[in-house]
Each structure stands twice: as structure tokens, then as C-alpha cells.
Design a protein. Structure first.
Length: 179
């Protein structure tokens, strides 16, 4: 089963992100119900491994998160691959991510080492995208967007099912954060 651990967003934040998406006429927009912030992509895992991870995730104690989107930007180097709402660095968020990654290792899930760039993916672009000028204009209009997200009170374990029309993310378990 393809899975990941992520942070769900409040409806008001999803609506705000949809307004940001509405001005973009390029790429494939991420569906509102799929907007989230990934803490750890787990790739394909069997059920016993995910059950072991679930037990490890239940042990995590972390504070409620008060995060801020500090800009809209692209990721992917010289060839833009995704449009994202970039989330400002936050020590509590980094600590939670580290705890989730350690839980995954204890459940014998091998995660690649990677730099954490907290973001919410808004749109994905094809490998050979046309419209770089339109994308640059769009970023000029919305790039400096900044706002505080509603407090995040839980993190979730999700299943991800890929389909030609886009992925479907299904929550498998919820882990509350301390208030």
C-alpha cells in the first residue's frame, strides 16, 4: 500500500489555497481534498509494516502547530515541477517531522535522507511545460502571499492510490497533537 504521513488543513486554509490556485491556468491543480503538508512519504509498504508504524506513531507527543505560509513558489530547479505554498521554518514542525521519521525507522521503513522544505503542493507541471511567461506573471501576482494557517491539531497516516485522473488520499489513522 502506498502511504505517507502528513498534516491535514483546516477548511478555511483549503479555501484560501483554492483561491490561489484559481489564478493559475497551467498544470494540474491538486484537488482541494488532497491539499496537505507531507511529513514523510513512505512509498509502498505492506500491512504489517504500516501496523507497526501506527503503533510507533501513537507514541509521539508533540504540540499543536501554528504555521505560516510565507510565499507561493515553484520547486523543481531549472524546470518547474510543482507550484507550492511554502511554509515558514518552524522548530515544532521540524521536531514532529523528525519524530515521524524516527518512528518509521523503528517500524523498519527505510526513508531516504532529504532536506525538509515544508510546503503544500498546489499544482504539478508536465516535464515540457509551455507558458513560462504566464507562470512568471502569476508568481509576480501571488508569490508574496503570506498568512497564518489555522492551528493544526493532528497529523495523519494516509493511503495514496494513484489513478490517471489524479491520486486519492484516504486517512488511515489520526494522531492528535497536544493543545
Amino acid at each position: 500500500m502506498r502511504a505517507f504521513v502528513g498534516l491535514p488543513l483546516a477548511d478555511v486554509d483549503v479555501e484560501r489555497l483554492e483561491r490561489v490556485q484559481s489564478g493559475l491556468r497551467l498544470g494540474r491543480h491538486v484537488a482541494a481534498e488532497n491539499l496537505h503538508l507531507t511529513l514523510a512519504f513512505l512509498d509502498e509498504q505492506d500491512t504489517p509494516t504500516l501496523e507497526a508504524l501506527h503503533q510507533e506513531l501513537l507514541q509521539i507527543s508533540a504540540p499543536e502547530l501554528k504555521l505560516r505560509v510565507d510565499r507561493i513558489d515553484i520547486m523543481g530547479g531549472s524546470t518547474p515541477r510543482v507550484l507550492c505554498a511554502m511554509v515558514a521554518e518552524d522548530p515544532a514542525l521540524s521536531a514532529l517531522r523528525n519524530d515521524v521519521r524516527q518512528a518509521a525507522r523503528r517500524a523498519e521503513i527505510d526513508l531516504p535522507r532529504e532536506r525538509f522544505r515544508p510546503h503544500i503542493t498546489l499544482a504539478r507541471f508536465p516535464r515540457h511545460m509551455e507558458g513560462a511567461d504566464a507562470l512568471a506573471r502569476y508568481l509576480g501576482e501571488v508569490g508574496a502571499s503570506s498568512w497564518c494557517l489555522e492551528p493544526i491539531e493532528a497529523f495523519w497516516l494516509y493511503q495514496s492510490v494513484l489513478a490517471p485522473e489524479g491520486p486519492t488520499y484516504t486517512p488511515l489513522a489520526e494522531y492528535p497533537l497536544d493543545r
